[in-house]
Design a protein around this ligand. Structure first.
Ligand SMILES: C[S@@+](CC[C@H](N)C(=O)[O-])C[C@H]1O[C@@H](n2cnc3c(N)ncnc32)[C@H](O)[C@@H]1O
Length: 662
């Protein structure tokens, strides 16, 4: 589902189609900081990267001003900044609790030293902690190191955005000898994992924001530091034989695309399950008893070589003046690649990437070819550009002549994948408007190469199988009618509408706001031999869906949702609750906005900050007028899906049942 590696969106490949690259825009937790990396840094056409602009917004969700000047907390936008801050706050609470507990004991253990030895606090240090407490968690005597200073950090947690959360080690020289002490300030440092002791360079300290009128407490601050090296690797998470055993990319640690190549894959999956757990803890506003245990993350069959789309970019043509780095004028072929992680060659710099091991082999061939072409034609460009590399597959029966023909064009540019039944001939498309073709099991999907389609083809068979298994209840308890209809809201070119069309007796209907996606979805239905009475599509805003499916009895309907990163909007959620389908399968590329939306569906009202549950009563009335009680849902299951191995990103599926049917 990601649309970028290294923070670049799709644009043109050919010079004449080139999309200007003004400033590569990595997400940053606040102006001037190291970017917080997520797999999808730039918005999709209809998505949101949630990149809160000003500092206030980055420290706390914006407030909406209501009539009468009343301010309500706005809903989460699921942005990386917000997710990171929630993790920092949670860690601060944990550290505080631990310190409270230890302060209650005589000579509490402050830290385990490098060799596991216990380092105990002195009475003076315990008194210090009390002072820190009085200052609202900020150590008044903690001199924050100047930006640029190298410090040693104990990594104690991992944020859901994939950054290590660390506290500073500091040596106090006291009467009875040197004492190690951890400080309260949290440093965000990439490429580190809990248990590591790392050296990092302080990049920036977030200033303490002033609380807004009426706001309780002072939001905590944190600092960002650039990773330099691991001093002592985490004994639990790092390979004892060294990172080189796992890391497959020569740019790892410099490129902003991947965060987890140093981790065992099973550990990546565990981390991602925890991200889903935290998302529901921090963003659903549900009591813990309403949230079931998160299932084990569904692994990706391919852990490298899986991305069917990459979008490297270069900054500019000859004569282009760099705004960001040395401000020099480009005269030679510039770096062609992805965003560098800040502090690894300069913030916002493009890192020259010759090959990317998470791309499919066909995309890799395309990358080599396009780099050579840009180097050759560089002088003809009038702007910088982002280069589309999209895999496309031609499937031929095994041994058929046509497979040979398809591969014959330029054999060096083609990857053949043979199975008993067919030969897939894979090439790399660079024209945004060309049609790419992809197979999911035996279903075929065509799309404009530059538009959205899931980027990890290997996980689509298990993903669609899981959704298929879950659109129908696992057990019938005699309370509900048999499900007959499937509605696929945010259908795109029909991935779920088509692969689930034969699962329910009444067929499926897909809706998407993008006319082009719906045009392709209709073609895809035909290509898969699905007649309109079994599988049909509407081009409209998802919220209009419910006027179009008036003939579908909600008691016989399951709704599949797969919105963009920003999640559903309030009008859609209100209409969904008013329509009240028997079952909902919510697929999401942002588990934080999913948790927010699911929280509202479970509570049965859309508390979106637009008026104290005013929406809730409206929804309730709408359904009560139909003689039915207001709808609420219960979560049946939650599961993460690893669409993007080696990165911090996780997708999620939540299955919900209407409460009266449970
Ligand atoms: C994450 S994609 C999912 C597409 C599809 N389920 C798939 O897997 O290929 C989200 C889709 O939502 C569509 N979309 C965004 N806002 C919408 C809205 N308000 N109403 C309907 N569709 C919308 C986009 O055009 C995009 O196709």
């Amino acid at each position: 589902m990601a649309e970028s590696v290294g923070g670049q969106a799709v644009a043109a490949a050919q010079p004449e189609l080139a999309t200007p690259v003004k400033e590569p825009s990595a997400k940053r937790p606040y102006p001037g900081s190291s970017p917080v990396q997520t797999d999808r840094q730039l918005p999709q056409k209809n998505g949101s990267n949630g990149n809160g602009g000003n500092r206030k917004q980055q420290h706390r969700p914006p407030k909406k001003k209501l009539k009468g000047g009343k301010r309500l907390k706005a809903v989460t936008d699921g942005s990386a900044e917000e997710v990171l801050l929630a993790d920092v706050q949670a860690l601060q609470r944990v550290l505080k609790t631990k310190q409270d507990r230890e302060a209650a004991e005589a000579e509490p253990v402050l830290f385990h030293g490098q060799n596991g030895e216990e380092v105990r606090a002195t009475t003076a240090e315990v008194a210090d902690e009390a002072k820190i407490e009085e200052a609202g968690g900020h150590d008044p005597e903690e001199d924050l190191p100047e930006p640029g200073t190298e410090i040693d950090l104990d990594v104690v947690d991992l944020s859901s955005t994939g950054e290590g959360l660390a506290v500073q080690r500091k040596i106090h020289t006291l009467n009875d000898g040197p004492k190690l002490r951890r400080r309260r300030r949290i440093y965000v440092v990439s490429f580190s994992v809990p248990g590591d002791i790392v050296r990092a360079k302080v990049y920036r300290h977030l200033p303490q924001p002033k609380p807004s009128p009426g706001e309780d407490g002072v939001p905590p601050t944190y600092s960002v530091a650039d990773f330099i090296e691991v001093i002592r690797p985490s004994p639990e998470l790092r390979d004892p034989l060294g990172d080189s055993n796992r890391v497959r990319c020569q740019y790892f640690g410099r490129c902003s695309g991947c965060q987890y190549q140093m981790l065992d894959y099973a550990e990546q999956l565990r981390i991602k399950r925890r991200v889903v757990e935290r998302a529901y803890r921090h963003f659903s506003q549900l009591p813990p008893e309403s949230v079931p245990a998160v299932r084990d993350t569904m692994p990706s069959p391919l852990q490298y070589g899986y991305r069917t789309k990459l979008t490297p970019h270069f900054d500019g043509p000859p004569g282009f003046r760099r705004k960001n780095k040395a401000r020099h004028t480009l005269t030679e072929v510039p770096e062609i690649g992805f965003m560098a992680k800040a502090g690894t060659g300069g913030a916002r710099a493009t890192l020259d990437i010759e090959s990317c091991p998470i791309g499919t082999p066909a995309v890799g061939l395309g990358m080599t070819r396009e780099r050579a072409r840009v180097a050759r034609d560089f002088a003809n460009y009038s702007k910088g550009a982002t280069i589309l590399l999209r895999e496309s597959t031609k499937r031929c029966p095994a041994g058929a002549e046509s497979a040979g023909d398809a591969a014959a064009g330029d054999a060096a540019d083609v990857v053949r994948v043979e199975t008993e039944a067919y030969t897939d001939v894979k090439t790399c498309i660079t024209d945004n408007n060309a049609t790419s073709t992809e197979y999911v099991d035996d279903y075929v999907f065509t799309n404009p190469a530059g538009s959205f389609f899931q980027n990890n083809n290997s996980i689509l068979p298990p993903l669609t199988a899981y959704v298929r298994e879950n659109v129908l209840p696992q057990t019938t308890n005699g309370k509900g009618k048999e499900l007959r209809y499937l509605i696929d809201a945010y259908s795109g070119s029909g991935l779920f509408t088509i692969t689930l069309a034969s699962t329910l007796p009444g067929g499926s209907i897909g809706i998407d706001i993008a006319d082009q996606s719906i045009a392709y979805a209709r073609t895809n239905a035909q290509l898969n031999n699905l007649p309109p009475e079994r599988c049909r599509f509407l081009a409209a805003d998802a919220a209009q869906l419910f006027q179009s499916v008036i003939e579908y009895d909600p008691d016989e309907t399951v709704v599949v949702l797969d919105p963009p990163r920003k999640g559903c909007d309030a009008p859609f959620l209100r209409q969904l609750l008013a329509y009240a389908p028997a079952r909902i399968v919510y697929v999401s590329c942002n588990v934080h906005t999913q948790a927010r939306d699911v929280g509202m569906l479970v509570r049965g009202h859309v508390d979106w900050g637009t008026g104290d549950n005013g929406a809730a009563s409206t929804d309730a009335v709408a359904r009560t007028e139909n003689g039915k009680p207001p709808a609420r849902y219960e979560i049946e299951s939650l599961r993460g899906f690893d669409f993007f191995p080696q990165t911090a990103h996780v997708e999620g599926i939540a299955v919900l049942n209407r409460v009266d049917l449970v």
